[in-house]
Write a protein that binds this ligand. Structure first.
Ligand SMILES: [Zn+2]
Length: 152
């Protein structure tokens, strides 16, 4: 937990808050990713109030995701929901790492976790804020299980 010099919890400055809603990101996301999200399996779904996020009590959904018949690789996928349905997104897959993490980070909608923090000039030169199929699948799983109402 970050602590300010006065000893209290240090809240992020307003400019550090996510600037896009999940709906805005999902609308930017290609139809093919929405279609492919139906093949994604969502495992070990956990959902609750985040202990680490600020402001305290943001909702956080985390799961392992994978696509049977395509790859044996399993990814860690998370959606953190801020006030006003603004979101911070993360996924350990290559699509997110090499295309979307940096573009979302520019809008405070992701932290640099899996990428090297350099702009994806070749794969997403216009810095379009999109989500991978795992994030769409995680959102849909949270809705299906009644954990959240649809954000799209
Ligand atoms: Zn992904």
């Amino acid at each position: 937990m970050p602590v300010s010099k006065s000893g209290g919890p240090s809240f992020p400055k307003k400019k550090d808050w996510p600037t896009l809603t999940f709906k805005q990101i999902a609308r930017n996301t290609s139809q093919s990713r929405h279609d492919l999200s139906h093949q994604v399996k969502v495992l070990n779904l956990k959902f609750g109030l985040s202990k680490t996020a600020y402001p305290a009590g943001n909702l956080l959904g985390v799961a392992r995701t994978y696509t049977p018949d395509t790859s044996y690789l399993r990814y860690t996928t998370s959606i953190e929901i801020w006030p006003g349905d603004k979101v911070k997104l993360s996924c350990s897959c290559d699509d997110f790492k090499y295309r979307w993490e940096y573009a979302l980070w520019l809008r405070n909608c992701a932290d640099i976790i899996y990428s090297n923090g350099e702009p994806p000039l070749v794969t997403n030169g216009i810095m379009k804020p999109m989500a991978c199929k795992h994030l769409i699948a995680l959102h849909n799983a949270l809705v299906l299980k009644g954990k959240i109402s649809s954000l799209v």
